[in-house]
Design a protein around this ligand. Structure first.
Ligand code: SF4
Length: 370
C-alpha cells in the first residue's frame, strides 16, 4: 500500500463538500486504483446523532461527493460503516445526519458496526477486538472530522478508527487512556485512503457545539502525517498528541512534513460573518479586526487564539486587535496582520491562508506590537 503518493497531502479549499470531495479525488488520481468489481467501504465519524453543522460529524455532502465519484468510476458495491459512541445509536445517527437519504439515493448499504462480528488481537501486550467488516474491507476510506477532543485534545484520522470497535472495547479504550490503544489499533487497521472533513469541526469537543468553519477537505494516505498536518491547522503541538507520536514510533506513519508534501487546490470563496459566529469563535472576535476575511483564514486565527493564554490575548484589544481580511490589502502601519492580505503591518503572518500554529507562534512573541 505504501507508495510515493503516500508522501502527499492534498488540501482543497471551499465550503462545497460534494463537489469538493469529487475534485480532490480527481486531483489525487484515485480513479486509477479502483479496479473493476472492487467493493469500497467508507468510515465516517458519526460519534453522536448530530448534524455536521454542530462540528461533530462527517458532512453527508462530503460522503455523497465520494459516493458519486465512486459510482462514476464504476464501483458498484459501496458500504458506509460506523459504530457511534457507546451512549448513542448509530441508526439514529444515520437518520439525523442525512445518511439514510444518501443510502436511498445512491443504493448504498449502511452497516452499523455495533452489530458486526469481531476478531481478537493482542498488540504489544494489549488485547483488542476489532469489527470484522472493517478488517475485511477491500478498499477502506477513512473519513474523519478534524476537531478538538476533550481527552486526546484532537481527533482526526487515527482516532476515527475507534468507531470500528465494539462498544465494550470503546469503553476499555477510554479506561486505558485512549492514546496508546488508538496507536495500537492503527497497527491493525490500514485504510487505503483518508479524506478528512475539515469543513466545520468543533474547536474543543468531539460531540460538537462550538463549530468553526474551516472550509477545507484534506486527502492523504498516511494517518500520522494527516494528523500532524491537522494539528498544525488547529494550533496544537505534537507534544499534546501522544497517540500520534506513539503511532509514529509503532511505524504507522511519519510526523515529518515538508512544504512540498502539501498540494493546495482552490480558494475559499466564502466570507466570515462575525455576527453569526457561534460560541467560542464569537468571544474571540473581540481580539480581531476583520475586514472581508475568508472563512478558512479567519478559522486559523480563531484556532490560534483559542490555544493562547488569557494574558497573551489581552495584548490584542482596542486598536491592537489583529488585522485580517482582504479589506486590509495595501494597508500598512503598526500592529499585527494575519494572512497575505494584511502583510503591510509591522508584525505579520504570511500565508493564504496561514496555519494556526504559525499564527500562534507570532502572537506569542514578546516585544513591541508597533
Ligand atoms: S490571506 Fe486574504 S485571500 Fe488569503 S485566505 Fe486570508 S483573507 Fe483570504
Amino acid at each position: 500500500m505504501k507508495s510515493g503518493a503516500d508522501e502527499k497531502i492534498y488540501v482543497r479549499y471551499g465550503a462545497d463538500g460534494h463537489d469538493g470531495a469529487m475534485e480532490l479525488l480527481r486531483a489525487a488520481g484515485i480513479a486509477n486504483e479502483l479496479k473493476p468489481g472492487i467493493s469500497v467501504a467508507l468510515k465516517p465519524n458519526l460519534v453522536v446523532a448530530k448534524p455536521s453543522s454542530s462540528g461533530a460529524t462527517t458532512s453527508p455532502l462530503v460522503i455523497s461527493g465520494v459516493v458519486q465519484f465512486l459510482r462514476d468510476c464504476g464501483v458498484k458495491t459501496i458500504t458506509i460503516m460506523e459504530g457511534s459512541w457507546v451512549g448513542d445509536n448509530t441508526k439514529r445517527a444515520w437518520r439525523v445526519c442525512g445518511y439514510d437519504e444518501i443510502a436511498k439515493r445512491y443504493g448504498v448499504r449502511l452497516l452499523d458496526l455495533k452489530d458486526d462480528a469481531t476478531r481478537s488481537f493482542t498488540v504489544d501486550g494489549f488485547d483488542i477486538d476489532v469489527c470484522a467488516s472493517a478488517l475485511d474491507a477491500e478498499y477502506l476510506i477513512n473519513m474523519p472530522v478534524l476537531k478538538g477532543h476533550c481527552q486526546t485534545v484532537m481527533t482526526c484520522a487515527l482516532k476515527n478508527l475507534k468507531g470500528c470497535l465494539p462498544d465494550r472495547e470503546k469503553r476499555r479504550f477510554h479506561q486505558a487512556g485512549l492514546h496508546r490503544p488508538i496507536a495500537l489499533l492503527n497497527t491493525l487497521l490500514h485504510p487505503h485512503l483518508i479524506l478528512v472533513d475539515a469543513l466545520c469541526g468543533d474547536i474543543s469537543f468531539e460531540e460538537g457545539g462550538n463549530p468553526v468553519e474551516m472550509n477545507r477537505l484534506i486527502l492523504g494516505r498516511d494517518p500520522v502525517k494527516i494528523d500532524s498536518y491537522g494539528a498544525s491547522l488547529l494550533g496544537i503541538s505534537l507534544g499534546e498528541l501522544s497517540h500520534v507520536t506513539m503511532a509514529e514510533t509503532l511505524g504507522v506513519g511519519t510526523t515529518h512534513i515538508v512544504d512540498e508534501d502539501v498540494i493546495q487546490i482552490g480558494r475559499d470563496g466564502s466570507r466570515v460573518v462575525v455576527g453569526r459566529l457561534p460560541g467560542a469563535a464569537r468571544e474571540l472576535a473581540a481580539y480581531i479586526n476583520e475586514k472581508d476575511a475568508c472563512s478558512a483564514c479567519y478559522a486559523s486565527l480563531v484556532h490560534a487564539l483559542y490555544r493562547l493564554d488569557k494574558k497573551i490575548l489581552q495584548r490584542f484589544t482596542g486598536d491592537k486587535r489583529i488585522k485580517i481580511g482582504q479589506g486590509w490589502r495595501g494597508a500598512a502601519g503598526s500592529g499585527i496582520g494575519v494572512g497575505d492580505c494584511a502583510s503591510g503591518f509591522v508584525k505579520r503572518v504570511p500565508g493564504c491562508p496561514p496555519k494556526a500554529d504559525e499564527i500562534a507562534k507570532v502572537l506569542k512573541e514578546r516585544g513591541e506590537l508597533g
